[in-house]
Design a protein. Structure first.
Length: 294
């Protein structure tokens, strides 16, 4: 009894901050949220503004967003002179194949870990989680050695295999959590109808996990699209294989930096990411919520 009384007495003290937030007028909360939103969006808006200015105006205008004169030549210079048209094609190829490989691989691993209990499953999961603490730089040497032996070091194929060969523990855990909450009757009914393991997985379980698939695809897309270290290594001797993130180096010279061209290239790079996020945001939220709920 005394323990329960103590718990009741401590509740008001632990929820003082929550009560203080609830007492705030709605317009103050609205202004705070608007201020946070402006601070978060402003760098992106400034980058778009800088991509339409000349190099002198970028430094002279400071934080001013509206250009004195629109300079669309920056985009032409980024697209043609800096070869960003080719870099965009490379990035799309590498990203789409990496997303496909990672999604299929993580879905299979997450299904087995989420639905089945076998000897050594905990050890296997522990090894996967341990890979989260291994920096990417420590694995670059074995990746290069394996790529040299396979003969794919200077190719988009090698870049795709290197990017898709990571552990992707977060994606596996999301799939495992989502599959774990599904009722066993689905599998039992399919087995009674004569479906095998692969048929149950690809025809029943994987289609039901579409929100998680969209979430994993989006996260993998963002990570691959913005990857720099591995694409740099695999395109070091062949500049025509560069991706968008590596291609940004074209605007950095020995004595000067083309800031407006770099800003235009940044806008070109970010447009596909923003478009994909708005298209998949509903599935992204559903996938995260479903995995956390389990």
């Amino acid at each position: 009894m005394s323990g329960s009384q103590t718990t009741v007495r401590t509740l008001p003290t632990t929820s003082k901050s929550m009560k203080a937030l609830r007492r705030l007028p709605w317009w103050i909360a609205f202004l705070l949220l608007v201020g946070v939103a402006v601070m978060w969006v402003y760098p992106f808006v400034w980058m778009v503004s800088a991509s339409l200015k000349d190099n002198m105006e970028v430094f002279a205008a400071g934080l001013k967003l509206i250009p004195n004169e629109l300079v669309f030549e920056n985009y032409a210079r980024a697209w043609k002179d800096a070869n960003f048209g080719r870099y965009l094609i490379n990035t799309v190829i590498v990203t789409l194949w990496t997303v496909f490989i990672v999604t299929v691989r993580c879905a299979c691993a997450g299904y087995v870990l989420g639905r089945y209990r076998f000897r050594g499953s905990r050890v296997f999961m522990g090894v996967l989680i341990a890979t989260l603490f291994v920096p990417t730089g420590y694995t670059i040497i074995p990746i290069v050695q394996v790529s040299l032996q396979l003969g794919v070091i200077d190719s988009l194929t090698g870049m795709i295999l290197a990017l898709s060969g990571a552990a992707n523990v977060s994606a596996i855990l999301i799939y495992a959590g989502y599959f774990r909450q599904m009722p066993k009757e689905l599998e039992e009914a399919a087995v009674v109808d004569g479906a095998g393991f692969l048929r149950v997985f690809f025809s029943i379980m994987l289609p039901l996990a579409m929100p998680v698939t969209a979430t994993v695809a989006l996260l993998t897309f963002l990570a691959t699209w913005n990857a720099f270290f591995l694409p740099l290594v695999f395109s070091f001797s062949r500049p025509e294989l560069r991706t968008l993130s590596v291609g940004m180096q074209a605007f950095v010279g020995e004595n000067a930096v083309d800031w407006t061209g770099m800003a235009a290239a940044g806008v070109i790079s970010i447009i596909p990411v923003v478009a994909l996020f708005f298209f998949l945001q509903r599935y992204f939220v559903e996938g995260i919520a479903g995995a956390v709920k389990s």
